[in-house]
Design a protein around this ligand. Structure first.
Ligand code: GN1
Ligand code: MG
Length: 580
């Protein structure tokens, strides 16, 4: 018993929390012979969120995502992990966001936000998966192992910010996350219904001491609105630009956020807000929102588009944005993430040149970027493009290699990051009295642009303000913007297979390394198409294999996609109907 007492004393701040203890023989012995009341109580809490089935769940492209009813234990455990991570990061705030983004309403998900508002460090994704998949009886032991492995100081306080989207299951799951934080003796702050990028910003702003916690929401909207208004004031030549925009809120949390921003924008941007039903579950992302518009290449439902008027669609957690319009002939036009990336990068490049600052600028894309966008950006705009695997965490990481790194996925998820060097040079130049007036004005503008951008993560609302700034500065209508380059026809398909993980990719998802022979087959099919390009990869958010194809005409792109989908179906144990 003496030895036991010594073990308990190791953690005076958390005396009733045996899971933090090293798993020693003493501890095991103690548990077997005389389970303490507290130990039993903790086990009972874990069992309030029982692991529902034996299906392995993985921290994927955007955290855990599946049917909401399978997630209670996962979210509870992520609350625990977030508290542990906070301790591992010197008690800085960690975020837990409950959302399944653009997925259908019955789905939900959870992702963690790191102290500077960035995505969870990749090495911790495996830890998250380990904890999520431990059986109820093994969970405490697994957690103790993680605590030892990551060397957390159990005496430190832990702080976790919780945010959620408008899904009907999100409130319940938010409570599970709070219970998890409390289980690990942390402090949980419930931020209620917020967009994913708002939560990222809150975590960052708290940890950087930018603003007192009660003013986080106000600070987020004020920063966006005031920098946008300052930028707008400077722009005098508006030519074809019109401030009238239709906003499609996807019937999700983005609709709530835009209502808070609108009064602060005054007459600078005249938004009409549509698809704002956040209480009828079936409406979320239904025939509206950024994902619907991009994948169906169609205008959102829910309102009658006005000819040639810009439509801005956000997704279910407002971290993606897609522009579109319907012309006077009722023809639909899509301006996706690739168009946004080229618009933004071109504007920033011009400012860098005009400012005379020595700053490197690059753009990051994934294999889903339209081939003609890459061609335009590298050949016409002369901006370097780097490729990474799918998922913004990869793009974000790569973008940090530049002083100004612009990254966007074709689906509209992206932002711009600035290096410390870039921020310092801008600040220095602003204070340089010898600098000529025209350069000073450009640099002041660059500083405001940095303010309007939410660099922590893709943010639909901040990205919209950035696009509006550039369109206004250029004096462009949608047609002017569209004239930059024309997309190659493309097609995205899903193939259902027995186990999507039999497919492995290399070269930023552009080639398959497994199963053997699959890539050779794809190459053979692609070689007979003019301007043909196709690749396949397992989705990180759905149980499907995605097939992407591009070709000279839409008919050819569709045909190529179906052919490649069949190759996947045959080589990777396809299930259900043969792709057609
Ligand atoms: C083709 C496509 O759009 N894939 C999306 C989708 O990932 P998948 O791993 O393809 O399911 O969701 C991710 C999270 O939102 C996003 O980062 C990614 O771009
Ligand atoms: Mg999203």
């Amino acid at each position: 018993m003496n030895r036991l007492r010594r073990v308990w004393r190791l953690s005076p701040a958390i005396p009733t929390c045996p899971v933090l203890y090293p798993v020693t023989t003493t501890f095991t012995f103690h548990r077997q012979i005389s389970p303490r009341a507290t130990d039993r109580k903790m086990q009972a809490t874990i069992e309030k969120y029982p692991r529902k089935n034996d299906v392995y769940i993985q921290y994927g492209t955007a955290g855990f995502r599946t049917k909401a009813e399978l997630l209670d234990h996962v979210v509870f455990r992520m609350g625990v992990l977030a508290a542990l991570r906070s301790r591992a990061k010197g008690s800085m705030a960690i975020g837990v966001m409950i959302t399944a983004s653009h997925n259908p309403e019955p789905d939900n998900g959870v992702k963690l936000v790191d102290p500077h508002g960035e995505m969870l460090e990749v090495a911790w994704e495996a830890i998250a998966s380990r904890l999520a998949n431990a059986s109820d009886s093994e969970f405490q032991e697994e957690l103790a192992k993680v605590a030892i492995q990551t060397g957390v100081d159990v005496n430190k306080p832990a702080l976790v910010f919780i945010g959620r989207d408008t899904r009907s299951s999100s409130e319940r799951l938010g409570e599970a996350a709070i219970a998890g934080v409390k289980f690990y003796q942390g402090t949980a702050v419930d931020h209620g219904q917020v967009t994913t990028p708002m939560l990222h910003y809150y975590v960052y702003a708290h940890n950087m001491n930018l603003t007192p916690d009660p003013q986080l929401e106000d600070s987020y909207f004020s920063k966006l609105a005031s920098s946008f208004i300052s930028l707008s004031k400077e722009i005098t030549t508006k030519k074809n630009y019109s401030p009238f925009v239709d906003f499609d809120g996807a019937n999700g949390v983005g609709a709530l956020a835009i209502e808070k921003l609108l009064p602060r924008l005054g007459n600078t941007l005249l938004l009409t807000v549509h698809n704002t039903d956040t209480v009828t579950p079936s409406t979320l992302n239904k025939e509206c929102g950024a994902d619907y518009v991009k994948t169906h290449v169609a205008a959102p439902k829910g309102f009658e588009p006005t000819p040639n008027k810009r439509i801005v669609s956000v997704d279910g957690d407002a971290d993606r944005v897609i522009y579109s319009y319907v012309d006077s002939q009722k023809q639909f036009h899509l301006m996706d993430g690739d168009h946004i990336a080229s618009l933004v990068a071109g504007y920033l490049m011009e400012m860098v040149k005009d400012s005379g600052l020595e700053l490197s600028l690059g753009l990051v894309q994934t294999a889903y970027a339209n081939g003609n966008s890459t061609k335009y950006i590298t050949e016409t705009m002369k901006i370097p493009v780097a490729f990474t695997s799918t998922g913004v965490k990869h793009l974000h990481h790569k973008a940090l290699e530049y002083d100004i790194g612009v990254y966007f996925e074709a689906n509209g998820h992206g932002t711009v990051v600035f290096s410390n060097n870039a921020r310092n040079l801008v600040l220095q130049a602003m204070n340089d009295e010898k600098l000529d007036e025209s350069k000073r004005r450009v640099i002041m503008r660059l500083k405001q642009v940095m303010e309007v951008i939410n660099s922590t993560v893709g943010d639909a609302i901040s990205d919209m303000l950035l696009v509006e700034t550039v369109l206004k500065a250029r004096g462009w209508s949608m047609e002017d913007w569209e004239a930059a380059y024309q997309d190659l026809p493309s097609r995205l398909m899903k193939v259902h297979v027995k186990d999507r993980n039999v497919i492995e990719t290399v070269d930023a998802d552009r080639k398959c390394s497994k199963p053997d022979g699959l890539q050779k087959e794809i190459d053979r099919v692609v070689s007979s198409y003019s301007f043909g390009r196709s690749f396949v990869r397992p989705s990180g958010t759905e149980d499907v294999v995605r097939v992407y194809a591009e070709a000279e005409t839409q008919v050819e792109a569709d045909k190529l996609a179906v052919e490649v989908a069949r190759v996947v179906y045959n080589n990777a144990d396809g299930v259900g109907p043969i792709p057609s």
